[in-house]
Design a protein around this ligand. Sequence first.
Ligand code: MBD
Ligand code: FE
Length: 282
Amino acid sequence: MTSTEFDAKAADSGAGATQQFLNKQGAAADTPPERVSMLAREVLGAVHETIRRHNVTYPEYDALKAWLIGVGQDGEWPLFLDVWVEHVVEEVANAHHKGNKGTIEGPYYVPDAPELGATGSLPMRADEPGVPLLFSGQVRTLEGTPLAGAKIELWQADAHGFYSQFAPGLPEWNLRGCFTADDEGRFAISTIRPAPYMIPTDGACGKLVSAAGWHPWRPAHLHLKVSAPGHDLLTAQLYFPGDPHNGDDVADAVKPELILSPQPAVDGDGEVVVYDFVLDPS
Ligand code: MBD
Ligand code: FE
């Protein structure tokens, strides 16, 4: 029997995310030994302090050890780090930005998606489920000058919450595309509204979530990378008003500036939304 996206397994999407990450790795950061030593000492010191403060037992230590081994076996280091750590890295990296707020990339970006011009539809199945969404906007500088030729990469989950290339049975580039803004910096993208995303519950990250009594949900979101020569790359996500998890995203990646205001389409079905991007100079 052929598998569908509903047969997605934590270890399979984990293996895919691990491979994607390894593909993009160039040279390791040339971090000097003094800084490596300081950071490693402080992280380990925080672990030691937690053990002392809470009298962590050998069974608890062994449970941690087993869990860490499981994160590796399930390929879930990208998922674990992007869900529970990346948001602070992003906060620090982009604190100086005056243009659009960004947020985390997450584990499911794939480079070199199909090029689709300034106006078009994301690749989707003939019977793609979900509410149609027309997303348009303009890319500008801090001074308000339109950025003709800006790149807008968009990737998203489908209306069941699955990403192509990380769940089985989906066309390779489903709901992934790369747009180029026109002479006025404008773009218009036809897509569908994504579903909220549940991090896999059958892997190590899911085990942590259930052992701690947390929930595994991210609110519905569109992922974007917006770029133009001479400007910092903007990695962002856009969210939908009223999502039950906008206030308690498991990945802590929602910012009020990133919540869209979709309106019912006047002609035809679905929704329309306008959102503009302002890029910082590099
Ligand atoms: C996602 O879709 C995502 O965006 C993040 C940050 C983590 C896990 C899954
Ligand atoms: Fe996502």
